[in-house]
Design a protein around this ligand. Structure first.
Ligand code: GRF
Length: 203
């Protein structure tokens, strides 16, 4: 499976995907990394791993749709079949979501459907949650929604700060994202009509 990863920043989840894909037995290949922000750390991570990169600056486009179409064209010119959003901080258009329907996943730093949007760790602390975590899900038009592929939970400890909790969740993200991509690439998870089917999974 030829995968394109969209990023906007530091790219630690991208790194986890690159590391997993470096194993020849991993069933997916990362063929392109696209950033909407120039000169971010994630682009260097891709270059170090020998993966092609593209910067498509959203400021250069008149509309969201023009930008999204440029991203799709760039992905398709590299024969990308499947898209992973990894800290991609742009809202995407309905057209983009439809184009990549059931071929695009995202990682979100909360146990969806709890805490869509930003500031998830502080919100989990404010609510007194004892468990928090991360979710990989297929992308639908409504932000941070869509069929859930996998989740990882971490404890919220009494002395946690936003940053200590974020670090614990991030470690879980780095395990979860490659695992979910692998299950999809091996077709152990398939999706149709918003219904996920699991086959032959041994985690
Ligand atoms: C991660 O917490 C991810 O869940 C969220 O944005 C953050 C990106 O971090 N969508 P990184 O760029 O992968 O390091």
């Amino acid at each position: 499976l030829k995968v394109g990863v969209l990023i906007s920043g530091r790219g630690s989840n991208l790194q986890a995907l690159l590391d997993a894909a470096a194993d020849p037995s991993f069933p997916a290949e990362i063929v392109l990394v696209v950033s909407n922000v120039p000169d971010v750390a994630g682009l260097d991570r891709a270059k170090k791993a020998g993966v092609a990169t593209a910067t498509i600056n959203h400021r250069d486009y008149k509309s969201r749709l023009d930008f999204d179409n440029a991203v799709t064209n760039t992905l398709e010119n590299s024969d990308v079949e499947f898209v992973c959003l990894a800290g991609f901080m742009r809202l995407v258009t309905k057209e983009f979501v439809e184009h990549w329907h059931n071929r695009m996943i995202n990682i979100h730093p909360a146990l969806l459907p709890l805490f869509p949007g930003l500031d998830t760790h502080q919100r989990a602390l404010d609510e007194g949650c004892k468990l928090h975590g991360c979710t990989v899900h297929f992308v639908r038009h409504e932000m941070d929604s869509g069929p859930i592929v996998g989740q990882a939970a971490v404890p919220v400890l009494p002395d946690d700060t936003e940053s200590s909790l974020a670090a614990r969740v991030l470690t879980a993200e780095h395990r979860l994202y490659p695992e979910c991509l692998k299950l999809i690439a091996e077709q152990h998870i398939t999706i149709s009509d918003n219904q996920l089917t699991y086959t032959q999974v041994s985690l």
